[in-house]
Design a protein around this ligand. Structure first.
Ligand code: PRP
Length: 184
């Protein structure tokens, strides 16, 4: 039962609670540690939504790795799905010849990751894989699937654990379904 205080009163229901998220994050980190043994991967955090997942995932990855961060242009929920994606804050590091793991919070239409992976592949990484905490395959418009995912979720408006609505709700510790009246 959530306490209906502050921003939590805007949440209709909890889709994934903290324990469920962390249990899955640990499983994913173990799997990555097996797959990337001796590879010293670069974890790339796609700001801002993936910050919490990135932070928890990498802390559970008990092997050598490096971090980098990037931002992509957002055109708002309506246009993003069909719009061109530009890198607005680029990586600091060269990824040429490196094993790269792109960390996302959610894959929806797939447009962001489809275009981002094309841009990053031009830099000739040794390998480039995608991990997303949430996958909404029902909404997919591009021929892309994550290499690793946490949860397949229904087409509901979810916020929390990094995911926002109009910049808010990222700090909720769980993933909840936003009440319709908040965004309609
Ligand atoms: C979200 C999410 C992905 C993208 C997924 O980012 O973090 O980058 O949308 O949608 P798609 O599969 O339809 O392209 P958003 O633009 O909300 O920015 P944020 O990460 O800063 O919240």
């Amino acid at each position: 039962m959530i306490k209906k205080m502050g921003l939590e009163k805007d949440i209709d229901s909890i889709l994934l609670d903290q324990d469920t998220i962390m249990e899955r994050v640990k499983e994913l980190a173990l799997r990555l540690a097996e797959d990337y043994k001796g590879k010293n991967p670069i974890f790339v955090c796609v700001l801002k939504g993936s910050i919490n997942f990135f932070s928890d995932l990498t802390r559970e990855f008990k092997d050598y790795c490096e971090f980098d961060f990037l931002s992509v242009s957002s055109y708002g929920s309506g246009m993003k799905n069909s719009g061109r994606v530009d890198i607005t804050k680029d990586l600091d590091m060269s990824i040429t010849g490196r094993h790269v793991i792109i960390v996302e919070d959610i894959m929806d239409s797939g447009n962001t990751l489809n275009q981002l992976t094309a841009l990053l592949r031009e830099r000739k990484p040794e390998s480039l894989k995608l991990i997303t905490l949430l996958d909404k395959p029902e909404r997919r418009e591009c021929p892309i699937t994550p290499d690793y995912y946490g949860f397949v979720i229904p087409d509901k408006f979810v916020v929390g654990y990094g995911l926002d609505y109009a910049g808010t709700y990222r700090n909720l510790p769980y993933i909840g379904v936003l009440k319709r009246e908040v965004y309609e």
